[in-house]
Ligand binder design. Structure first.
Ligand code: LHQ
Length: 261
């Protein structure tokens, strides 16, 4: 697939996806979501890719749904169908790819754009960036996984305030309340995020994928089920080439060289 609304490049094991509709703060329409879904599949299948990095072009990260596409009277009449087609596959893709995903939030992240960022594994944001659950401002409800992840990330009281008041919070505040991993100066955001993604691309990818599976499951499992899954996946990790390499390197007092398998 040729991309018109995103950029995609793989460097040093990192697949970088840039949302690229800067003139509308990278807001998402169906065609752009189709491209993103294709890029996620590509990054999943590409054995060279061991980490993903998602960011936005221009001054915004993503302003959520392109409101022009869903304006009253437009051809998009059924928002349930639209959400299932445009957003659900993105969230499922981000959460189930067995590779770490770093998100570099370069500017405002609103509505579905904020929640896409929150579905990534490690979120870095420029200090000047902001997060806003914009849905309530236009009579909609949080989607793109927001109603699932927000209470789990920051607790019910804060999730309620964020979604019902729809107030913008800064990246610094977002880091303070545990919504994101860290805020960094705008001037170094992309460099910091690339460094982190490139580091992760040298780590035991198979084990990191299993770790992600465990964290996903922990959001819904009870302790017994989670302990059982940990045991099962530890069995799989213990059979990996990277475990053999990790232990051999530790015992030989040298740096490990992980292949990701
Ligand atoms: C935009 C957008 C945008 C189009 C800025 N669309 N043009 C929805 C519907 C159906 C089913 C499923 O799910 C969803 C999910 C959702 O995501 S609903 C929430 C949709 N998003 C919003 O409500 C956010 C709307 N945008 C804003 O509130 C502001 O633009 C923010 C706070 C993001 C940024 O404010 P500013 O920094 O002041 O920028 P701006 O408002 O001046 O925007 C810059 C340009 O981008 C402007 O165009 P213009 O031609 O005047 O320069 C905006 O019209 C355009 N833009 N967001 N979502």
């Amino acid at each position: 697939m040729t991309y018109r609304f995103i950029l995609f490049e793989v460097t040093q094991g990192v697949a970088k996806i840039t949302l690229n509709r800067a003139e509308v703060l990278n807001s998402i329409h169906a065609a752009m979501s189709g491209e993103l879904q294709d890029a996620l599949t590509r990054a999943t299948r590409d054995s060279e890719t061991r980490t993903l990095l998602i960011t936005g072009a221009g001054r915004g990260f993503c302003a959520g749904q392109d409101l022009d596409e869903v304006r009253p009277g437009s051809s998009v009449k059924d928002f349930a169908a639209h959400a299932r087609k445009v957003y659900t596959p993105l969230v499922k893709g981000l959460r189930t790819i067995a590779k770490p995903i770093v998100c570099a939030v370069n500017g405002v992240a609103a509505g579905a754009g904020a929640n896409l960022a929150l579905a990534c594994d490690l979120v870095l944001a420029a200090e000047e960036a902001s997060f806003v659950q914009a849905f309530a401002k236009i009579g909609l409800v949080p989607d793109t996984g927001g109603s699932f992840f927000l209470p789990r990330l920051v607790g019910l009281a804060r999730a309620t305030a964020l979604t019902m008041l729809g107030e913008k919070i800064s990246a610094t505040q977002a880091a303070e309340i545990g919504l994101i991993h860290r805020a960094c100066p705008a001037a170094t955001l992309l460099e910091d995020a690339t460094k982190l993604a490139t580091h992760l691309a040298t780590q035991p990818t198979f084990g990191l994928g299993l770790t992600k599976q465990l964290l996903n499951a922990s959001l819904v499992n009870d302790l017994d089920a989670q302990l059982e899954l940990e045991a099962e996946l530890q069995g799989a990790a213990g059979r990996s080439a990277d475990y053999a390499e990790g232990v051999a390197a530790f015992l030989a007092k040298r740096k490990p060289s992980f292949t990701g398998r």
